[in-house]
Design a protein around this ligand. Structure first.
Ligand SMILES: CCCCCCCC(=O)SCCNC(=O)CCNC(=O)[C@H](O)C(C)(C)COP(=O)(O)OP(=O)(O)OC[C@H]1O[C@@H](n2cnc3c(N)ncnc32)[C@H](O)[C@@H]1OP(=O)(O)O
Length: 208
């Protein structure tokens, strides 16, 4: 797969991002996020022996204890930033951009086993999560002012398989005052898995 990219909003002055602090572990964070994603997938699919479960519990509790001492306010948080590849977060699967512009975003995504609902299908709740992120990127791209999701309508047209490279398309449809209408679709090969329509509202000055 191509390198992960969130371009389209990166460098957009509206995001007002301060430079990443390179001395705060930032270069390793995307790799750590990747390792955590793999951990989630492997953990979901494993029936681990009791000794391994006990050892993992010990180590994870030790990490939690250390991390409690390094909590920062939201403005200083690195994980989730749009300029960190894959945003270094584990909530939404990594999105690979093939083509992006002011009014569109095309690319690929693969849901790991962590997102399994049942019978090899992605959990239904994970699909709006993906669409909100994709449609939100289109809404907030192209130098437009920041917006927020007012509604997100998702139609599930066929099973979305886990462990498969899927193709997505998202496009800016129209704008009416502060209202922006964005559409998206997710495909497995030529099969339409799901499609979405979202309404995004331009935030007023001072609206957080
Ligand atoms: C790079 C990654 C980007 C990711 C982006 C992800 C985006 C998100 O997930 S944001 C989080 C989820 N969304 C939220 O929490 C939003 C919560 N809601 C709100 O904050 C507000 O309701 C908000 C900002 C959407 C709209 O409130 P407000 O600014 O007061 O606008 P308001 O005057 O009520 O509405 C503006 C217009 O939109 C319409 N509208 C607002 N909500 C809806 C709705 N749900 N359905 C239909 N129309 C609506 C109104 O009728 C009005 O229309 P018109 O101008 O024709 O009269």
């Amino acid at each position: 797969m191509a390198e992960t990219s969130d371009q389209g909003v990166t460098g957009d002055p509206h995001w007002n991002l301060t430079p990443l602090p390179a001395d705060r572990g930032a270069p390793d964070l995307p790799r750590l996020a990747e390792a955590l994603r793999e951990f989630n997938d492997l953990m979901t699919g494993a029936v681990a022996p009791p000794d391994l479960v006990k050892e993992m519990l010990r180590q994870v509790e030790a990490f939690n204890s250390e991390l409690r001492a390094h909590q920062v306010p939201e403005r200083d948080q690195i994980i989730g930033r749009i300029d960190v590849p894959g945003r270094a977060q584990g909530l939404i699967p990594v999105v690979h951009t093939d083509s992006s512009g002011p009014d569109h975003l095309h690319g690929r995504v693969r849901f790991g086993r962590y997102y399994l609902g049942r019978n090899g299908a992605v959990y239904g709740g994970a699909i709006p999560l993906l669409f909100d992120s994709l449609l939100g990127r289109v809404s907030n791209g192209g130098g437009r002012l920041p917006s927020r999701t007012a509604y997100l309508h998702v139609d599930y047209r066929s099973i979305t398989p886990i462990g498969t490279d899927l193709r997505f398309e998202a496009r800016f449809v129209r704008e009416e005052g502060r209202k922006r209408f964005i559409e998206g679709a997710l495909y497995n090969g030529d099969t339409l898995c799901a499609e979405a329509e979202g309404l995004f509202i331009t935030l007023r000055p001072g609206q957080a």
